[in-house]
Ligand binder design. Structure first.
Ligand SMILES: Cc1cc2nc3c(=O)[nH]c(=O)nc-3n(C[C@H](O)[C@H](O)[C@H](O)COP(=O)(O)O)c2cc1C
Length: 203
């Protein structure tokens, strides 16, 4: 689509889980991150911080830490034990094959309001990133795998103790020869209400 409108980009963007071996330009990723940083935020400092996993050496280190965390959190207990070895291999293979991952974090606040604002702003930043990436034919999967809550994993990958991981963004060029996912959303009248329909009416 030539010069799509913002509405078209919002509606057409999809989570892309199919990896391609086309090179992803880190320069381009950084430009898109700069665009994403025009998200709204409500704190003294911009709340987002990003660690990029892109080189082979970084990737190997990162996947080692992911696999350690899966063991530490006993995540494999939820898997079919008969095919455990294959599941472990598949998981490791997937994470090794992702061309680029962004570890996106927000500050942790003891204050409920500030914590919500930080998570919300960083989520807006992530969505900006996903939308801008889409226009460059860069696919993103926003992942919240359980290891993001593992303090040992966090520390190993350079996330400070006072920050929380909002998502791992797995990034790959979109292979246009493969059919892209489509999406449906429920109609607005399913989740929009007038206050008069919802409010508590006192006797
Ligand atoms: C906060 C958040 C966490 C997500 N975590 C995962 C995840 O761990 N694994 C995954 O495959 N997709 C994950 N997704 C992607 C959603 O599954 C996806 O957005 C949803 O299916 C709607 O599809 P769409 O993005 O193509 O509209 C996550 C999305 C959000 C917003």
């Amino acid at each position: 689509m030539i010069n799509p409108s913002i509405e078209e980009v919002i509606k057409e963007r999809r989570t892309i889980r199919t990896l391609s071996d086309q090179t992803v330009s880190i320069e381009k990723i950084k430009k898109i991150l700069e665009v994403a940083s025009y998200a709204p935020y409500h704190s003294k400092e911009e709340p987002w911080s990003v660690v990029i996993v892109s080189t082979d050496e970084e990737r190997r280190f990162f996947v080692e830490k992911i696999m350690d965390s899966y063991e530490r959190l006993d995540i494999w207990a939820r898997y079919d034990q008969q095919h455990l070895a294959a599941s472990k291999k598949r998981t490791e293979r997937y994470f090794l094959d992702v061309p680029v991952t962004l570890i996106v974090t927000a500050p942790i606040s003891e204050k409920k309001k500030a914590n919500l604002e930080a998570i919300s702003a960083v989520s807006a930043f992530i969505q900006n990133f996903q939308l801008a990436a889409w226009t460059h034919k860069i696919g993103v999967t926003w992942r919240t795998v359980p290891i993001i809550f593992d303090e040992v994993f966090k520390q190993a990958v350079g996330v400070e103790a006072d920050r929380q991981i909002i998502g791992l963004l797995d990034i790959s060029m979109i292979d246009e020869t493969i059919k892209q996912p489509t999406a449906k959303r429920t109609s607005v009248d399913q989740w929009v209400w007038d206050l008069s329909e919802k409010r508590l009416v006192e006797e």
